[in-house]
Design a protein around this ligand. Structure first.
Ligand SMILES: *Cc1c(COP(=O)(O)O)cnc(C)c1O
Length: 404
């Protein structure tokens, strides 16, 4: 891992950032002593284990690593005061331009986007209603969700005070609509499991004049998804900032209809008497999210995909070289759409359980985190630092060979 000193050295080598630091130091905002202070290895000091992330974008594993331009942006953001609303307005407008949608705002993650989005839909610009929430007396208070889409994250909707109404078919959905229906909510990751697909869902919303919201938290890549669902007609779309976009881990994007997003912002800081006062996005994160998105859009996605494929193939062939081991590459259709490896084996030939093999990967040096269960080990390489695939391939082979 780059030490802080290395990072600062690299940052100041970048013309723009060098300039930014220069200005900040010259104006006394950041003392040069601070910038040249010896780096502290805080994870080590605290005794907190760091690891190679061969698992993916998991909150428990602190999501993704921000690229240098995002980190330098965050440092830049610390150098001055601005008006929070003005910054959010300007950044929201730019993001909407970049993603060719009506409007956008930086939220506190995809989860926060869901809460403020629904709150905006329900209360509109009525500040009395905003203050009354989460008591929804006199307001629409039902959100229709397909049963197969009802994973834990729907709690973000219940935070507003709303009730979830479960349906399975389009017919049931239409029957469930009544004067209390505020919104229809869709989980992109589970489109296959649900009976109502995207276009029909959007059409049902339009037919009954009820806004539709799609949760796309883990749905970049592919980059096209950033444009696809607003174009398709969903009124609101959210993405996690700290997954594939590699922005700040606690940031996210809420995209879509201006009226709803303006209304959603009424629940956010600096306003205090609101349900989302705790879902603050600081100026550094707002800027970081903006630059992360910019970087992501500019990226050579094909090249990145080829790299992931080569890394996965390296690990696959290393594991499969052990007699009795099966290693298969797959790409989830929706959510975490990246080359992924599933490794399993014949237990009579390789005498260790996948759980124990994962434990050994975790206990080794460096420690390696994977996903999996009693049946298999799951690996992705997109959250690794370049080169770490070699360590993972080697360790995996060592552990599996030792059990033969
Ligand atoms: C990760 C995730 C969320 C939460 O996203 P945050 O950006 O961490 O708030 C919500 N929905 C789905 C489907 C997710 O995968």
């Amino acid at each position: 891992m780059a030490t802080r000193r290395e990072l600062l050295k690299r940052l100041s080598a970048l013309p723009l950032v060098g300039g930014m630091f220069g200005t900040a130091v010259a104006s006394g905002q950041v003392s040069s002593a601070v910038l040249s202070a010896p780096a502290r290895d805080l994870f080590k000091e605290l005794g907190v284990r760091t690891f190679i992330n061969a698992a993916g974008t998991y909150t428990a594993m602190t999501g993704s690593l921000m690229p240098e331009e995002v980190i330098s942006t965050i440092v830049y953001g610390t150098s001055d005061y601005v008006n929070l609303d003005e910054l959010q307005d300007k950044v929201g407008e730019r993001i909407a331009e970049m993603l060719d949608c009506e409007y956008a705002t930086v939220s506190s993650g995809a989860f926060g986007a869901m809460t403020i989005g629904l709150a905006g839909v329900i209360a509109g610009m009525d500040t009395e209603k905003v203050a009354q929430m989460p008591d929804l007396t006199g307001m629409k208070d039902e959100v229709i969700v397909q049963k197969a889409h009802n994973i834990g994250y729907t709690h973000a909707l219940r935070n507003v005070g709303a009730k979830l109404v479960m349906v399975e078919t389009a017919k049931e959905l239409e029957k469930a609509i009544n004067k209390q229906t505020a919104m229809l909510w869709f989980l992109n990751a589970n489109v296959e499991q649900g009976q109502i697909k995207w276009e029909e869902f959007v059409a049902l919303g339009k037919k009954h004049n009820i806004p539709t919201f799609i949760d796309c938290a883990a749905d970049v890549p592919p980059v096209e998804n950033l444009f696809r669902f607003t174009k398709m007609g969903f009124d609101l779309v959210c993405f996690s900032g700290g997954k594939g976009l590699r922005g700040p881990q606690s940031a996210g994007l809420l995209l879509g209809k201006k009226d709803y997003i303006k209304a959603a912002r009424l629940h956010c800081p600096p306003r205090g008497s609101t349900i989302a006062r705790g879902m603050k996005v600081n100026k550094e994160e707002v800027l970081g999210m903006y630059v992360a998105l910019e970087s992501y859009l500019k990226k050579d996605h094909k090249k990145e995909w080829n790299l992931w494929e080569a890394q996965i193939e390296l690990i696959r062939s290393s594991a499969a070289a052990v007699d009795g081991v099966k290693a298969e590459v797959h790409v989830p259709e929706q959510a975490n759409h990246v080359p992924s490896l599933r490794i399993s084996w014949d237990n009579s030939k390789v005498k260790i359980s996948p759980d124990d093999a994962r434990k050994e990967l975790r206990m080794g040096h460096p420690s390696i985190e994977t996903v999996g269960n009693d049946e298999h080990i799951g690996i992705t390489t997109w959250m690794m630092k370049p080169g770490q695939e070699n360590i993972v391939a080697k360790r995996l082979k060592e552990i599996l060979s030792a059990a033969v």
